[in-house]
Design a protein around this ligand. Sequence first.
Ligand SMILES: Cc1ncc(COP(=O)(O)O)c(C=O)c1O
Length: 405
Amino acid sequence: MKPIAVRAQIPESATLEINARAKKIAAQGQGARVISLSVGEPDFPPPPQVAAKTAAYITEKKGRLTYTAAHGIPELRRAVADKVKLRTGVAYDPEREVIITVGGKHGLSGALLALANPGARVLIPSPYWLSYPPMATIAGAEPVEIDCLDTGFKLTVEKLRAHAHPANVAIILNSPSNPTGAVYTHDEIVALCEEAARQDLWIISDEIYDRLLYEGAAFTSIPSLPGMRERTLLVNGVSKTYSMTGWRIGYVCGPEHVIKAMKTLQSHMTSNPCAAAQQAALAALTLTEEELAAHLAGPMENLRRRRQMAVDRLHGLPGLGVYPPAGAFYIMLDVRAFLGKPVGTSGQPVANDEEMAWRLLDEEHIAVAAASPFGASGFLRISFAVPDEDLLEGIDRLAHFLHLA
Ligand SMILES: Cc1ncc(COP(=O)(O)O)c(C=O)c1O
């Protein structure tokens, strides 16, 4: 039999794989309860309007939901344009410059499919969200990683300059970042954008964590900078801010010809995002800023407390490198000092971060994300969007595994 296509032979999303095994262990009910610090989902509820309005819509339609415009219902595109204008000051035409997608993930894939010819190079500062390189590969492009481990997890102008190449077509920037929580300052973003413009690059700006910021960190939306609107695709969605991961609604704003290309591709690939989910996103995105702030006040307070709690406790573990994040809800842990050393109940030496993540799950029943698939070999990523007791218990188990407690 002929083999499947090369682009389909990329590895499965490592975080989903470890979550699946964690669920399996939990279902078998063996030993201690499984604690998951590996997921990328907020643990707070979505705004109550979301369920109420969506249910009312489905009832009114008697369940008969039909196709929508390929780039989404006009009311939702208008709500996106209004929200983006309010947040960033940038005006987008809801008919021609906004597309609704099946989550931010699909928006990013669509952007790459629209921008990258086969063989084009897509620049990806590393550590990166683990789906970026496969998305570029699937689009036929070549993902080019720029190692930023030694520059505070942030791309610098010098590094961007060193990677100049005629085949470069786009760069993916993600601030606040998953997995590192790094947030570029306004000046850093301005300098990077100037260099990107000099190299005539498209910028795919993944702004999905734009509201999850700590300790005075400030968010800069790239298309709001002079000259950047015309070369930027702004990607966002309702998954993180509104805690609506399962609804699968994202959006992309950008120049008309790119959005048009994405719309055409989408029309052939999915027709449109789910009609009911678009209503749910409409309910979320038409909340006023005051309503949203009131809804997020409690969850943000929780996230701030848990971040601090986790950082304080992790700092007490000698040998562990801890990177307090300025945004999102993940903490990067440098475990390189423990590689090759005996760890865990078996006392066997551990070779790398991926083996450590699997053994943490098997031996301590705690799920964390190995950071190799995020471009950071020798690191783990933990999420603090979990209940306080899980976070503390999870860190205790990690300490036990590393023979620090
Ligand atoms: C950096 C980043 N971008 C985009 C997404 C996509 O989110 P969604 O497809 O749920 O909108 C995620 C989700 O984890 C993410 O971490």
